[in-house]
Design a protein. Structure first.
Length: 364
């Protein structure tokens, strides 16, 4: 092998995710994407007024920075664009850690936290949610903070298990980690669906970093755009990893359009909230428990792994794609993305059939 393969890389397996869903006829409930497609009129509207030099010049993100600054009420010097949330997470590992450093993440959660921990050879502790109560283990969290780790990542709300922390709780953690010299990173990928942001705490806690993405609340995962926000001093260091061109003209055009026409985004978010309420209520009528109040997904309790597997297979046969296997001890749960009520009725109709077939609310 010409390219040197360091020993620690042997245990990291990365694969491309093929698109094997029926995108025209299927219902995409397995990747926390926007379930309802953007209309072709909006897509045309985004690009119809682009200048002649749109494709022939390097991208200029100045306008996007200005609009983002106004949108989140933070100075541009405190913001850095990222490629989705992934590159923001990677930047923090790259800047903050050395091999053997201790970091923590509340989990189970987004897979890339675990990938980057292995890539940068850090020692990762997962502060766990209880599979029974679906609540965070606060004793484990407090004990971990006392070890003075280099970084602590906390998605709020988290997925697949949602236990939303209040701003006061986040502030308490920020204060404790600040005293211990720990960088505290709050992942707000899903906050727009019902969670209070802690963005305004960055001026109070110099150890706080907030991560955001356009993939969830804005509903445009295809453009792979995110951003991180922290104090000006922190960003001065973090921005040293900035690419020559941190975004591109296509990303910027979509993001700016949605910021300029935010009523479109707000309408989408409200439809998801309405759909979430509808699905929870309909599942409850079947005696099926579900967890989720603040994001675009629900964690559905299907009693045991066998029923979960049968239900997921039945749904996929009918072109409804769900995230079925979350691994032990979460293997009785099915994670579903939430879309507008009119689309989620198709899911509920099939869950009625699945309940008759597999007796989903009965413990055997």
């Amino acid at each position: 092998m010409f390219i040197k393969k360091n020993a620690h890389l042997r245990n990291i397996k990365r694969i491309r995710i093929p698109e094997n869903r029926d995108l025209e006829n299927g219902l995409r409930l397995n990747r926390n994407e926007k379930v309802e497609n953007w209309g072709s009129e909006i897509i045309r509207d985004i690009f119809k007024n682009q200048p002649d030099w749109f494709l022939s010049t390097y991208p200029d993100s100045s306008s996007l920075y200005e609009k983002l600054s106004k949108h989140i009420n933070a100075d541009e010097s405190k913001i850095m664009l990222t490629s989705g949330m992934d590159s923001g997470i990677k930047t923090l590992f790259e800047i903050m850690t050395d091999p053997g450093d201790h970091i923590g993440v509340v989990g189970p959660t987004y897979a890339m936290y675990y990938v980057y921990s292995k890539l940068f050879q850090t020692k990762l502790t997962e502060i766990q949610y209880s599979p029974e109560t679906l609540k965070l283990d606060w004793k484990q969290l407090n004990d971990f903070i006392d070890t003075k780790p280099v970084m602590l990542f906390l998605p709020n709300p988290n997925q697949p298990v949602e236990d939303v922390l209040t701003k006061n709780q986040i502030a308490e953690i920020a204060e404790r980690t600040r005293k211990n010299g720990t960088l505290f990173v709050v992942d707000e990928a899903y906050y727009m669906f019902g969670c209070e942001s802690v963005m305004d705490l960055i001026d109070k806690f110099e150890n706080l970093v907030v991560l955001r993405t356009f993939s969830k609340g804005f509903g445009v995962p295809s453009i792979r755009l995110g951003f991180m926000v922290s104090s000006e001093d922190n960003m001065e260091v973090l921005s040293k990893t900035r690419f020559a061109h941190e975004s591109n003209s296509f990303r910027n055009a979509v993001a700016e359009y949605l910021l300029d026409n935010y009523e479109i985004v707000d309408d989408y978010v409200q439809k998801v909230i309405e759909g979430r309420t509808y699905v929870k209520e309909e599942l409850a009528k079947l005696g099926i428990k579900s967890n989720g109040e603040s994001a675009n997904y629900l964690l559905v309790d299907l009693v045991n792994p066998e029923k979960r597997n049968k239900t997921a297979a039945f749904l996929e046969e009918n072109l409804i794609y769900v995230k079925g296997n979350l691994g032990s001890p979460w293997d009785k749960y099915m994670l579903i993305t939430i879309g507008p009520k009119e689309l989620m009725k198709r899911f509920i109709d099939l869950m009625l059939e699945a309940n008759k077939k597999f007796k989903l609310s009965e413990v055997q």
